[in-house]
Design a protein. Structure first.
Length: 535
């Protein structure tokens, strides 16, 4: 049976699907057929494992290409996700991931390599020598010209790179002429950095070790975020994140490694929003997970083993979410959100309780904090517990110009303390976790910034606070220590882009171990030095 894949255009889209063909080549040992338009067929000269089946129609005529392919092959698999007058369903967050879903490889998205096995070293050397010259000054490449998704601020980007890297030459790839676009790989391999807008370079870069920063077009047609990219930013985020892009670029060129992030495997699939606490010298974690519905339950990790964390019968019908573990009067506790859905709206309240174990069964108590509004009439969440001198406090949140902290005894709020709200450039400060630092407190928090295209991104920061009421904020970090990303988690129905929220922190020698939830699908522990706190 003769089979062919269909991807008739464009260059970046073709490079995007070629890893699928390489995987099929490895699996079957057979050369793979790719239906491609005549205009883009030269791209396939770089791949010995692909047989180009050239469609002579226009590169946007996907209907015509499919009809032609079916006349030539017994089986036709359409990977292309754009075409004139052609309807498409969006089942995934990106056109690239959609192609992998169609091919049955969505679970290996961002893992399959782009292998250009027919590179011509002589052409690459000639091209690189022509660009670099004899002086061999270090250089940075910029993919500055996009046919389908031009970047409005490309001149500003180039100017910022020139100022940020005065000892480097900034090479505009729009001015580099290569016989084949994949000949640029020789140039990639010698560059200190590649910064690219929505161009073929964001796709071809995955075949090189060059550190890559991507400015992606907004929406479904923008290049999908990859683990390979050192920094990823949508066009809509430029004004807010442009200085961060340059600082990240400088860190990459200087060889400064980002904070180490270690994924945490959970017993339940896609367990997320892990809270980590030091309890009697042991690391204890609590996370939430879905069990076939929108509601979540809690699980506790003790001694490397996971156990279901039973809640009070009175809340068993609700969703129990985002438990922040803490130690109070020598006993393990957790503060959590009780959530419900009614008439299409979510409502929730905050509760806390002692975490106990009996005969191998772990349970958490339920103390419903009595405060106006904390009663299923709205959204009450992200209360951050603090224990100071055997008293229990909750950083409630920002109201107007003030940060409110509640002093709680049992189910009652005994006092409310107000201090000036901390200032932060990445959205309103919320939630987080607190750890003593000398005679002060360190508060790790999250925030969210919304962008004009309805995209958003969560950020994690840290603040220094006084350790007694009203808990004035002394200073806030210079910039985000972590940012949410769009890296897709296959087969996770509740996946949500750009989420990065801290839920627990412990001190481990001279490092901070910060537990975070990622994209409502994963848990991780981030290792941070004091320098990386940016205070």
């Amino acid at each position: 049976m003769k089979r062919a894949f269909v991807q008739i255009s464009k260059a970046g889209d073709i490079f995007s699907v070629i890893p699928i063909l390489y995987a099929e080549y490895q699996r079957t040992g057979q050369i793979q057929n790719l239906v491609v338009s005549e205009r883009f067929s030269p791209l396939l000269n770089g791949f010995s494992y692909i047989n180009p089946a050239i469609f002579n129609g226009h590169w946007s005529d996907l209907k015509g290409a499919i009809k032609w392919a079916k006349s030539q092959f017994d089986e036709v698999l359409v990977l292309q996700t754009h075409g004139k007058d052609f309807p498409f369903q969006h089942k995934t967050p990106s056109f690239q991931i959609e192609s992998y879903l169609r091919a049955g490889y969505v679970d290996r998205w961002d893992e399959l390599p782009l292998v250009v096995d027919n590179r011509n070293k002589q052409r690459e050397y000639a091209l690189t020598s022509r660009i670099i010259g004899r002086k061999k000054k270090p250089f940075i490449l910029i993919g500055d010209s996009s046919e389908s998704s031009p970047f409005e601020f490309v001149a500003e980007l180039i100017e910022m790179l020139e100022k940020g890297f005065p000892n480097h030459r900034i090479v505009k790839l729009s001015e580099v002429k290569a016989e084949y676009v994949f000949d640029l790989l020789g140039l990639y391999d010698k560059a200190d950095l590649l910064v690219t807008t929505e161009t073929v370079h964001s796709h071809l870069s995955t075949a090189s070790e060059v550190p890559t920063i991507v400015l992606a077009a907004n929406g479904w047609r923008g290049t999908a975020c990859s683990k390979k990219f050192k920094f990823y930013c949508r066009y809509s985020e430029w004004q807010h994140r442009k200085h961060r892009l340059i600082s990240e670029a400088q860190a990459v060129v200087a060889g400064i490694e980002p904070p180490k992030m270690r994924p945490v495997e959970t017993l339940h699939k896609s367990g997320y929003n892990l809270s980590l606490v030091d309890f009697k010298g042991n690391k204890v974690g609590v996370y939430r997970y879905h069990n076939g519905s929108w509601k979540t339950q809690l699980s506790i990790i003790v001694g490397g083993e996971c156990f279901h964390l039973h809640c009070a019968p009175s809340v068993s019908e609700f969703s129990i979410e985002d438990c922040r573990a803490f130690v109070f009067k020598g006993k393990l506790h957790g503060a959590y959100t009780v959530s419900m859905a009614h008439a299409g709206f979510f409502k929730c309240y905050m509760a806390y309780g002692e975490i106990t174990e009996k005969d191998g069964i772990w349970s958490i108590g339920h103390i419903h904090i009595l405060r106006q509004g904390n009663d299923f009439t709205g959204l009450e969440k992200n209360w951050c517990p603090m224990v100071i001198a055997d008293k229990l406090y909750f950083l409630y949140g920002i109201k107007g110009e003030n940060q409110i902290t509640l002093e709680v005894h049992g189910d009652k709020v005994q006092a409310e303390h107000q201090s000036p709200a901390p200032k932060w450039n990445n959205g309103q400060i919320r939630g987080g976790c607190v750890i003593p630092q000398g005679d002060k407190l360190l508060r790790f928090f999250h925030s969210r910034t919304d962008y004009p295209d309805k995209n958003f991104r969560y950020f994690t920061g840290v603040a220094v606070m006084e350790s007694r009421p009203p808990f004035n904020t002394i200073k806030v970090c210079r910039g985000a220590i972590l940012s949410g990303n769009e890296i897709y988690t296959p087969n996770c129905p509740q996946w949500k882009r750009n989420c990065c929220l801290p839920y627990g922190v412990i001190k481990d020698g001279d490092k901070f171990l910060l537990s975070v939830g990622l994209n409502d699908c994963k848990s991780a522990v981030v290792e941070l030095s004091e320098y990386q706190l940016k205070l």
